[in-house]
Design a protein around this ligand. Structure first.
Ligand SMILES: CCCCCCCCCCCCC[C@H](O)CC(=O)SCCNC(=O)CCNC(=O)[C@H](O)C(C)(C)COP(=O)(O)OP(=O)(O)OC[C@H]1O[C@@H](n2cnc3c(N)ncnc32)[C@H](O)[C@@H]1OP(=O)(O)O
Ligand SMILES: NC(=O)c1ccc[n+]([C@@H]2O[C@H](COP(=O)([O-])OP(=O)(O)OC[C@H]3O[C@@H](n4cnc5c(N)ncnc54)[C@H](O)[C@@H]3O)[C@@H](O)[C@H]2O)c1
Length: 251
């Protein structure tokens, strides 16, 4: 799908990987709607609309989708980057992990992603096809390598990202007949404010665990893959690791 003048909804676009996607898609001529719980001072850029919303809230996200369609036009791409990655051992020094802590991670990362994509897909399915294939839209979710090799303290996070990875194909099967492609990126370890939450002593082993290049990923490298997924009409139903070949150890 050619991205010029298309409307792209990016959750978590106020920071990190989502923010890099905002920059990339604006630079390549898209109209971008940022859905985030933290909104920076709205830019003067007419190509970007910032909308404050919590991805876990059904009604507010539905209202925001309506606003985006009214303000920017037909939603053709939805990129789910909003997420949290708190750590907590199943049983830590303070005893069993509080269930609400586990629930919150699932709520934001898994349920929040589904909440947004289901409403974006509903908008896409009502649109005219863009080409002879019948393409109507593209959805990209964000999992993590933790979905496959979660570390100590990542039970909740890994479960949430495992769910994001696992739902990719069934949602692609649901939406394929109506021309919407669904893929998921599973990033390795990327230089973002989220990673800054991890003690430096824990980051070094992760950097060393990357096969090549031995460094953290750059947010623009994530955006470049997201852009390729949108551009390549034959990519569908896939979870794509973007990780320099890292296979994480227990810690
Ligand atoms: C409440 C703690 C705040 C932690 C913030 C976490 C931010 C996470 C940011 C990640 C964002 C990127 C996510 C992305 O998808 C990619 C990845 O998944 S990269 C992998 C990210 N890894 C983690 O998030 C690991 C999470 N786990 C931990 O941080 C810890 O295990 C813990 C849950 C905080 C528990 O640690 P402790 O309470 O210290 O208990 P332990 O028994 O495990 O510690 C014993 C001993 O080992 C040392 N240690 C603990 N964790 C690590 C580690 N990850 N690397 C190296 N060493 C570790 C710990 O210091 C103890 O040493 P001691 O004090 O006994 O000398
Ligand atoms: N940074 C990494 O190494 C890495 C690796 C693998 C996967 N990921 C995933 O990539 C995504 C982006 O991570 P990042 O590193 O850019 O993090 P980040 O913390 O820089 O950005 C996350 C954004 O999501 C927003 N957000 C969080 N909860 C929200 C909610 N309930 N509603 C709306 N917005 C919400 C935050 O406000 C923030 O702007 C996350 O899903 C994360 O789990 C990150």
């Amino acid at each position: 799908m050619n991205i010029t003048d298309k409307v792209v909804v990016i959750t978590g676009g106020a920071s990190g990987l989502g923010g890099a996607c905002v920059d990339w898609f604006v630079r390549h001529g898209a109209k971008v709607a940022v859905l985030d719980r933290r909104i920076p001072d709205p830019t003067a850029d007419p190509q970007i609309v910032y909308l404050e919303a919590d991805v876990t809230q059904a009604d507010s996200v539905a209202a925001v989708m309506d606003k985006i369609a009214e303000q920017l036009g037909e939603i053709r791409v939805c990129i789910n980057c909003a997420g949290i990655a708190p750590a907590g051992k199943t049983v830590g020094r303070d005893g069993a992990l509080a269930l609400d802590k586990f629930r919150q991670v699932i709520d934001v990362n898994l349920i929040g992603s589904f909440n947004v994509l289901r409403l974006a897909a509903e908008k896409m399915l009502a649109l005219e096809p863009l080409d002879a294939d019948g393409a109507r839209g593209v959805i990209i979710n964000t999992a993590s390598v933790a979905a496959f090799e979660g570390q100590i303290g990542q039970a909740a996070y890994a479960a949430s990202k495992g769910g994001v990875a696992a739902m990719t194909l069934p949602i692609a099967r649901d939406l394929g007949p109506r021309g919407v492609r669904v893929n998921t990126i599973a990033p390795g370890v990327f230089e973002t404010p989220m990673m800054a939450g991890l003690n430096e002593e824990f980051v070094k082993p992760l950097e060393q665990a990357v096969q090549f290049p031995k460094r953290l990923g750059r947010a623009e490298e994530f955006a470049k893959l997201a852009a390729h997924i949108v551009d390549n009409d034959y990519l569908n139903g896939e979870v794509i690791r973007l990780d320099g070949g890292i296979r994480m150890g227990p810690r």
